[in-house]
Design a protein around this ligand. Structure first.
Ligand SMILES: *Cc1c(COP(=O)(O)O)cnc(C)c1O
Length: 422
């Protein structure tokens, strides 16, 4: 519960006060780089980041000139061939990795498959992969798929957040953690869990889908072995943009990944009969990159690189704090229960509230121009991308939420039927 002091403080908050916060925001101008439709309050950048304005120009250039006019020569002349590593190095700068430790390729799930399997080859005498069972299910499915096809060699163990540290033991191949939980938004202690894994001789694999671009990340300072993440959430790479894969340099010589394709070969254009892995990060590549997606994704990475990660985190914590306080003060009586950590330091850039009627309420909110999303069974999820969300957006979103709850407008029949993508 909030104490009296903060209640009084929230009661005195006004829209004008939020406007003043925007006026004082040192990174407010970053929003200008994005296209956010006029009446839309976009609180879903944790699912699909907003479009950088220059993405349109870049998409025109990569199709019109590079593909349309220059055709195949663009592999060399427009830097297409180097895209996986060039973008990878940019992601590396955003996540505390060195040049040559990250590639951009494939999807998060496919990259996780390569890394979990690779981890198992590095720890042949061990069998257990530990995951947080309530985490984004594709990570579980990938690990289960490896276990199912391993003939008993690999087993999966699901553990919940509080029990992770104790679960890591001398049979652990790797602990595979999502840095920020997709549904509840809690942040795991990357340094502590990685250190515990290493103390037990295990490896640490991190999924940065909900933290890359949302908070400072220090992969090498934490001693992380492997990591994956997507570029279309807080990195604003565009729908279906490829994911990234990090492998610490100390593993490059020893590791073996299961999907040997020509792009991972030491000399792809030697067209040798037999596979010979590249000795660097390129060994994790498989095939031809999705050039159009990569070109657009690079624009998002460049914007992120020009911003200050610390300032983004400070603003993100202030936005999410404000949202929690306003929702609780103004809509609390309608039965919304905070499902994310109250302490900003323990939370990613998202806030979740549980409500038994979360689905129709979210549909009504979207209808009112406030885009969040819903995660079964009862979670209303709101993402706050500090690059383009303003303090007045928080105010207006809560205003519209309050109106929907107060009038009961969410009970209209059109809000009750489920869409395919929630
Ligand atoms: C978004 C997300 C993914 C996405 O996986 P794809 O294979 O790229 O579709 C995976 N894991 C987590 C934790 C995510 O949040």
């Amino acid at each position: 519960m909030m104490n009296d002091g903060s209640n009084a403080e929230v009661a005195s908050l006004t829209r004008a006060a939020c406007e003043a916060m925007d006026a004082a925001d040192p990174i407010a101008a970053l929003r200008d780089a994005f296209l956010v439709p006029e009446r839309t309050i976009y609180l879903d950048g944790n699912s699909l980041g907003a479009m950088p304005k220059v993405a349109l120009e870049r998409a025109m250039k990569v199709t019109g000139r590079e593909w349309g006019s220059d055709l195949i020569s663009s592999w060399n002349t427009a830097g297409w061939f180097d895209m996986p590593t060039r973008l990878g190095d940019k992601v590396g700068r955003l996540t505390g990795a060195d040049d040559g430790e990250v590639v951009v390729c494939d999807s998060t799930g496919v990259n996780l498959f390569k890394l979990v399997w690779a981890a198992a080859t590095l720890r042949p005498e061990r069998s257990t992969i530990i995951l947080e069972g309530s985490n984004f299910p594709t990570n579980n499915y990938i690990a289960q798929g490896i276990a199912a096809s391993s003939g008993g060699r690999v087993v999966v163990r699901f553990v919940e957040a509080d029990d992770i540290m104790a679960a890591i033991d001398i049979d652990t191949v790797a602990v595979c953690m999502t840095h920020v939980h997709y549904k509840y938004g809690h942040v795991h202690d990357m340094a502590a869990i990685t250190a515990k894994a290493h103390a037990m001789g295990a490896l640490a694999i991190w999924d940065l889908c909900h933290s890359a671009g949302a908070m400072p990340i220090t992969l090498n300072a934490c001693g992380v072995d492997f990591a994956v993440g997507c570029t279309y959430k807080y990195l604003n790479g565009g729908p279906g943009a490829p994911a990234f894969l990090f492998a610490a340099r100390r593993h490059h010589a020893m590791v073996q990944q299961p999907v040997a394709g020509w792009w991972g070969h030491a000399e792809p254009f030697a067209f040798e009969r037999d596979y010979r892995a590249h000795d660097g990060i390129k060994q994790f590549l498989v095939g031809t990159p999705p050039v159009l997606s990569m070109a657009v994704a690079e624009v998002g990475l460049d914007i992120q690189l020009a911003a200050d990660a610390q300032q983004l985190r400070v603003k993100s914590m202030a936005l999410t704090d404000l949202f929690i306080r306003l929702v609780e003060a103004r809509c609390g009586r309608h039965g919304l229960a905070l499902a994310s950590p109250r302490n900003a330091a323990e939370r990613g850039s998202q806030v979740s509230f549980a409500h038994p009627q979360g689905y129709p309420i979210m549909r009504a909110l979207i209808d009112a121009g406030v885009i969040g999303d819903f995660r079964a069974p009862d979670i209303m999820r709101f993402g706050f991308a500090a690059l383009y969300v303003r303090f007045i957006d928080v105010w207006d979103a809560v205003d519209r939420l309050d109106d929907i709850l107060e009038t009961g407008r969410w009970q209209r029949p059109e809000f009750l039927s489920r869409d395919a993508v929630t």
